[in-house]
Design a protein around this ligand. Structure first.
Ligand code: ADP
Ligand code: MG
Length: 339
């Protein structure tokens, strides 16, 4: 019981400039577990292939050594298991289990933030595995130093091996990924149709897969071959929605420009009024104009807590009643963003 996804392999992973370093590092780790880089720390935005790569290493290790104990789990699961172990008075078993593995793959470790007891346990597990030469692979949605609520000693240890970023794929890589998925599905995807999808869906690989699935479904349904026209038809609603949805990026850029500050200031820790007020305005606009949740909005503003966003929304609502300046600013920004 290793929880590895069998089709997240190296051979199903398309290489591009954006993931080249991460892929090379993962390859090395699979050839020399515990010896090349320990831990291997992959970070980057959602849907960029971090989980896939980590499973690819696990699958390769398993192939080389079928009896190896490779354990993959999400960090939330680690936390939940630990809490259960505490309740059942079985923390010694918990420790023994995690220390007995040949490789430990823990996904999305940003969920360890503010969970002090879990961090404590993980710290000890980490040290034991490192000492035992057992490979660890960790992923995170941001650079370790930027995780609020994570102990310094963990942050520093995460950097002891190799830390690599996974970036969003460029156009050519997006096309290559689509062609690869089509081949796997034994599907004839003409290059111009692939280019059309890749040009319009730019955010991440998961979205790209979603779009391709829609196209495939409508090709099956209408019994038509895939071409640009079919792609346009089947993605019409998706693209219209995408065009309409104001992106968080766009909100940050517009607000920064309006107040003549930098986007980086909005995401920084700076608290002086000239930055803090525009930041609150931007958060309130994000809540009003997008479907993102409070935690997601907080994340996009330099990894802030959802309560900070909630506070910003309340504060701005109040100020729109009491301050004519804020009232004007908010009205202007709404207009800039929605027309
Ligand atoms: P993350 O963990 O970074 O959020 P995932 O590893 O879950 O992203 O990837 C999202 C989806 O995109 C998965 O189905 C994965 O197989 C696919 N994917 C991501 N990058 C690639 C790639 N370079 N080649 C092929 N498939 C990819
Ligand atoms: Mg993932």
């Amino acid at each position: 019981q290793h929880n590895l996804v069998s089709n997240y392999t190296f051979s199903n992973f398309v290489e591009g400039k954006s993931n080249q370093l991460a892929l090379a590092a993962a390859n090395q780790v699979s050839e020399n577990p515990g010896g090349a880089y320990n831990p291997l720390f992959l970070y980057g935005g959602v849907g960029l292939g971090k989980t896939h790569l980590m499973h690819a290493v696990g699958n390769a290790l398993k192939l080389n050594k079928p009896n190896a104990r490779i354990v993959y789990l999400h960090s939330e699961r680690f936390v939940a298991d630990m809490v259960k172990a505490l309740q059942l008075n079985a923390i010694a078993d918990f420790k023994r289990y995690y220390r007995s593995v040949d490789a430990l793959l823990i996904d999305d470790i940003q969920f360890f933030a503010k969970k002090d007891r879990s961090q404590e346990e993980f710290f000890h597990t980490f040290n034991a595995l490192l000492e035992g030469g057992q490979q660890m692979i960790l992923t995170c949605d941001r650079y370790p130093k930027e995780i609020d609520g994570l102990e310094e000693r963990l942050k520093s240890r995460f950097g002891w091996g190799l830390t690599v970023a996974v970036e969003p794929p460029d156009l050519e890589t997006r096309v290559a990924i689509l062609m690869n998925k089509a081949t796997q599905a034994r599907l004839d995807l003409p290059p111009d149709a692939a280019f059309f999808i890749a040009q319009r869906i730019r955010s991440n690989v998961r979205e790209l897969e979603g779009a391709l699935k829609r196209v495939i479904a409508s090709a099956n349904f209408t019994r038509r071959p895939i071409d640009v026209d079919l792609v346009k038809e089947s993605l019409k609603d998706l693209l219209a929605l995408q065009d309409k949805q104001v992106s968080l990026d766009n909100i940050q850029r517009t607000v920064a420009e309006y107040y003549k500050i930098k986007v980086a200031d909005l995401n920084s820790r700076r608290r002086n009024r000239s930055v803090a007020r525009p930041r609150q305005v931007a958060m309130a606009l994000a809540k009003e104009l997008t479907n993102y949740s409070l935690p997601e909005i907080g994340d996009s503003f330099g990894g802030r807590d959802h309560t900070t966003v909630l506070h910003a929304c309340r504060k701005i609502r109040e100020l729109r009643e009491t301050s004519s300046d804020i009232h004007e600013d908010y009205k202007n920004l709404l207009r800039l963003l929605t027309t």
